[in-house]
Design a binder for this molecule. Structure first.
Ligand SMILES: NC(=O)c1ccc[n+]([C@@H]2O[C@H](COP(=O)([O-])OP(=O)(O)OC[C@H]3O[C@@H](n4cnc5c(N)ncnc54)[C@H](OP(=O)(O)O)[C@@H]3O)[C@@H](O)[C@H]2O)c1
Length: 325
């Protein structure tokens, strides 16, 4: 698979693998052995960039907690030297609400837990999951600097970062990647491209398929369990959204047909062909979709093709989207 830039001097596979949905947010955790097989298959198919977080957990009926990091750690243990493992700190969930805590003492506790669950002695890329309004980002950057000196992390980054926080944090300890929401349905962070280019920071695109809807594999009849699957309440999965997105999705499908690829592949190919520092991390629990998504890493689009897609995105109507304020 083609490679994309990770920060100043590193490269990773053009398509990564987001592991969150295997444990958290998209229904009951998937079968552990199947997921271990899937993650290992990803490595065999040339993917070497894996994403998890301390807060990607599920509560079992017996009161125990299932950690996505633990699954990812077991799956990647035989491949440690071939892969870049990214995880995140600073967030817990209370009833689907995000609670931030990026105090230095909390980070110190978090990293020990993550290293243990991931079965590694250093984290390749460690993200502040959300800016904590109670802790200046400079203070977090200082802790990252110390963790690098101690050999516990190699690179660091921020998720859902704005330009001001990026600049302030980068001045204390250089940032390698910003992990923000980015997809054909959420392009707000294109405003950040100049600063990312200037500072040699990558954009790791989370929810690059707009939580799956851009694959066009779903219909108004698709059912999600309201108890533990966030898609049940996402605007883009509501019945009216399918009408609102019809023209746009038809156009995307037409371009995908012309390129001989699927809509999901076109979504991923569009962003990696737009800029060499964008790395999407689509998530899936299905082997055939893993292959489909990773194959997008080899699709070439010309500048004109990317612009044609941008034009459609700029001009055609679009439904609401989870995460859009
Ligand atoms: N930093 C943050 O705050 C943050 C927030 C959200 C996510 N993330 C990271 O980003 C990763 C990806 O985001 P995401 O999972 O929210 O959204 P996504 O990658 O846009 O979409 C994932 C969903 O789409 C489905 N899907 C994937 N490939 C498909 C295909 N080819 N055809 C049809 N359906 C497909 C998956 O279902 P199946 O499993 O059924 O295939 C899954 O439900 C996460 O795993 C996580 O690591 C980070």
């Amino acid at each position: 698979m083609r490679q994309q830039k990770l920060g100043k001097d590193r490269k990773v596979s053009a398509i990564g693998l987001g592991c969150m949905g295997m444990t958290h947010a998209y229904g009951k955790p998937a079968d552990r052995n199947e997921m271990i097989k899937l993650i290992r298959e990803a490595v065999k198919l040339g993917c070497n960039f894996f994403d998890t977080a301390e807060c990607y957990i599920a509560h079992n009926e017996d009161g125990t907690i299932e950690y996505n990091e633990d699954l990812v750690g077991e799956a990647l243990e035989p491949y440690r030297d071939q892969v870049v493992i990214a995880t995140k700190f600073g967030v817990t969930h209370e009833d689907r609400t995000i609670v931030t805590d990026a105090r230095p003492e909390t980070i110190r506790k978090s990293i020990e837990g993550s290293l243990k669950r991931l079965r590694i002695d250093h984290i390749d890329l460690y993200y502040l999951h959300r800016i904590d309004p109670k802790v200046p980002v400079e203070e977090v950057a200082q802790v990252m600097k110390e963790l690098m000196e101690e050999g516990k992390i190699t690179y660091w980054g921020i998720s859902e970062a704005d330009e001001d926080s990026i600049r302030r944090a980068h001045a204390i300890c250089p940032i390698t990647a910003v992990q923000n929401r980015y997809s054909m349905m959420y392009r707000d962070y294109e405003d950040l491209f100049p600063v990312l280019k200037e500072l040699n920071i990558s954009l790791v695109a989370f929810s690059p398929l707009a939580n799956g809807i851009l694959s066009q594999a779903y219909s108004p009849d698709s059912k999600f369990d309201a108890k533990d699957d966030c898609r049940a309440v996402m605007p883009q999965y509501q019945k009216e959204a399918f009408d609102q997105n019809k023209q746009l999705f038809d156009t995307i499908r037409k371009i995908a047909d012309e390129k001989g690829c699927t809509p999901a592949q076109l979504s991923l190919a569009w962003m990696i062909n737009k800029e060499d520092f964008i790395i999407p991390i689509p998530g899936t629990t299905k082997m055939h979709r893993l292959k489909e998504n990773l194959e997008a890493g080899n699709i070439e689009l010309t500048k004109e093709e990317v612009e044609r897609i941008d034009h459609a995105l700029d001009t055609l109507p679009m439904s609401g989207l989870f995460g859009r304020k």
